[in-house]
Design a protein around this ligand. Structure first.
Ligand code: PLP
Length: 403
């Protein structure tokens, strides 16, 4: 008997760890060293875990071997609650769900919300877990355009045109992965006005809210629209560089009067996974209340800021490559001029780059960008390594053509 995957997976894809990674692993097994510029995993590039988080994990490990509360450790949820209170967002501990990374909570939020055929507005390009999670929950991701000419800001008119009577939610990724765009308050007002008029749940993925360059500031969506039901996602993977601990939270912000049944659904799903990784939950209060070492990394001259600068300079030095300078997050999403580079299949292009240069990046269509004319690169390696690697990508592109 053939064992065939469920049709539920028909439209589910997550290319960041897709076939290109499989080829990279095959090459590694054959003895090649691969420079992996495909995932935003700070630990892979020598970023250390803040010492107080490590100490706290070690100290609490011996008492954290049992199941805990399905929604999460009370002390951690209190810390998250207080974190948002200081930003003017009122919350109760019961509004907070802890998860095995934001990834698990994104999937729960969609599973609890969608019926087959329901639509969710998702940015293009997007962090593809959002599109995949909508599809897995039976919904349809309707992609709204972010405009590269306008520094990758979401196109409000395009969003408005795409709302239908099946639209249930809008996803905002700010700071954005993969573009590095950070939205100002006026744009957030525009986005939330649409949500208000069409009664949409707002899903605001703010996992990069502390990774900001050039004096850029970040406003939580819920602070702009306290009257809307907004699910705010964040966690320890990026700003605290402990992606492997799998620790994130979802805060259900705004009025809950009409969301009782949805919230009940979230709680059922939280109960079904019993609880999130307990040792990592102990680290949340320490992380939020401790020294914010990310700040010195993103200030001018800080390691992440210098790497962002080196990435931008090296990319834009390649003929036919342009890039909107990232204002936040850990990526750049450059454009390959189609007049210069005749690429029909961008996944094939990154596979060919991998085989030729042993460098792994992710093709733009993997982020639900429709044209095969972009790629994403992480800005995590040291500046000199980025400059060297991007130089090699440029030389590869110079002689590259697809039949
Ligand atoms: N949201 C965005 C925008 C991301 O870029 C990522 C990871 O790269 C996640 C969510 C998932 O993060 P976590 O490690 O908390 O699951």
């Amino acid at each position: 008997m053939q064992v065939i995957q469920s049709t539920k997976l028909a439209n589910v894809c997550y290319e960041i760890r897709g076939p290109v990674l499989e080829e990279a692993m095959r090459l590694e097994a054959a003895g090649h060293r691969i420079l992996k510029l495909n995932t935003g995993n700070p630990a892979g590039f020598g970023f250390e875990c803040p010492p107080e988080i490590l100490e706290d994990m070690l100290r609490t490990l011996k008492d954290a071997h049992g199941y805990g509360d399905a929604k999460g450790l009370l002390s951690a949820r209190r810390a998250v609650m207080q974190h948002y209170q200081t930003k003017g967002i009122p919350l109760d501990v019961e509004d907070i769900y802890l998860g095995n990374g934001v990834s698990e909570l994104i999937q729960m939020s969609m599973q609890a919300l969608l019926d087959d055929g329901d639509e969710v507005l998702v940015p293009a390009p997007d962090y593809p877990l959002w599109t995949a999670s909508v599809a897995l929950a039976g919904g349809t991701a309707v992609h709204y355009r972010c405009d590269e000419q306008a520094d990758w800001m979401p196109d409000l008119a395009d969003i408005e045109r795409k709302v239908t009577d099946r639209t249930k939610a809008i996803v905002i990724i700010n700071p954005n992965n993969p573009t590095g765009a950070v939205y100002d308050d006026e744009l957030l007002r525009g986005l939330t006005d649409i949500a208000r008029r069409h009664r949409l749940v707002v899903c605001s993925d703010e996992i990069y809210d502390k990774i900001l360059y050039d004096d850029t500031t970040h406003t939580p969506t819920s602070a702009i629209a306290p009257d809307l039901l907004t699910l705010t996602f964040n966690g320890l993977s990026k700003a605290y560089r402990v992606a492997g601990y799998r620790s994130g939270w979802m805060a259900v912000c705004g009025p809950k009067t009409h969301a009782g049944s949805y919230i009940e659904g979230l709680t059922i799903l939280a109960n079904m996974r019993l609880c999130a990784n307990m040792p990592a939950q102990h680290a949340i209060a320490t992380a939020l209340g401790g020294h914010q070492s990310i700040t010195s990394l993103v200030l001018p001259g800080g390691r992440l800021a210098a790497q962002r600068d080196a990435t931008y300079a090296a990319l834009t030095a390649i003929p036919g490559v342009t890039c909107v300078k990232p204002k936040g997050a850990l990526y750049a999403f450059p454009r390959l001029d189609p007049q210069v580079y005749k690429i029909k299949d961008d996944r094939q292009m990154v596979l060919d780059l991998l085989r030729a240069e042993k460098i792994m990046i992710v093709h733009g269509t993997g982020f639900n960008w429709i044209e095969p004319d972009h790629f994403r690169i992480v800005t995590l390696p040291r500046a000199e390594d980025l400059t060297e690697a991007i130089g090699r990508i440029g030389r590869f592109l110079d002689s590259y053509s697809q039949p």
